[in-house]
Design a protein around this ligand. Structure first.
Ligand SMILES: Cc1cc2nc3c(=O)[nH]c(=O)nc-3n(C[C@H](O)[C@H](O)[C@H](O)COP(=O)(O)O)c2cc1C
Length: 207
């Protein structure tokens, strides 16, 4: 079982990474493999060209989004980390997630484990957390919680290392995610089938 940790901060080893690393170490200690992906600063936003939907192929922009799209089946879970920018996620991370989720079929995410992790100096974590969770909830992912919202505080990595409560929250999250992944594996091995998907009904509210 493998989890991908996506770092949406421009800082490769900053505050967000420090939180993600705590989750990753905990997952590893529970026997779950992990990998990191650092979102590149020049990640472009979706241009609504619809080529992905017309062709069924990964996003035409040849970057980490199209590359990851080819490997989504390898991951059982995702942890997405963002620094808080004006009480919302970092812009490049949102561009990355918009394109990743828009250009891939929901089946690539359905019933996989997902968690958002946020890092701020002081405030805005909750709204950032909500924005990232929207991607998970519209694709039937199972959102894993901790016993506090998944946030750490600090302007840089060294400050986050002093946020003992935040780091504990990350470890609880890691253990909860490992527990869910093991349950899911056990369910699969015992023949539990995933629910059937009903045909979609699209309502446009001006017609
Ligand atoms: C453009 C910008 C906006 C920010 N907005 C907020 C904010 O709304 N609330 C806050 O507490 N910190 C804010 N910060 C501080 C960062 O969220 C904080 O330093 C974070 O831990 C950095 O994480 P990183 O090291 O992973 O990049 C902002 C920083 C930048 C650069």
């Amino acid at each position: 079982m493998k989890v991908l940790l996506i770092n949406g901060s421009p800082h490769v080893k900053g505050s967000t990474y420090t939180a993600l690393k705590e989750v990753s170490d905990t997952l590893n200690s529970e026997g779950i493999e992990t990998e990191f992906l650092h979102v590149k600063n020049d990640t472009r936003s979706c241009i609504d060209c619809e080529t992905c939907h017309k062709t069924g192929k990964p996003c035409v922009m040849n970057d980490d989004v199209s590359e990851l799209s080819l490997h989504l089946d390898e991951y059982d879970g995702f942890v997405v980390g963002s620094p808080v920018y004006y009480a919302g996620p970092n812009g490049t991370l949102m561009s990355f997630l918009d394109r990743l989720y828009y250009s891939n079929n929901s089946s690539k995410f359905r019933h996989k484990a997902a968690a958002a992790v946020t890092s701020s100096r002081r405030a805005g974590n909750s709204t950032t957390f909500d924005a990232i969770n929207k991607f998970f909830l519209i694709t039937s992912m199972t959102v894993i919680g901790s016993d506090y919202w998944n946030e750490v505080h600090g302007n840089e990595a060294d400050e986050v290392k002093q946020d003992l409560e935040g780091l504990r929250t990350m470890r609880v999250l890691g253990r909860n995610m490992a527990y869910y992944l093991k349950m899911r594996e056990m369910a699969k091995n015992n023949g539990l089938e995933e629910p059937k998907i009903e045909d979609r009904v699209y309502m446009n509210f001006i017609r």
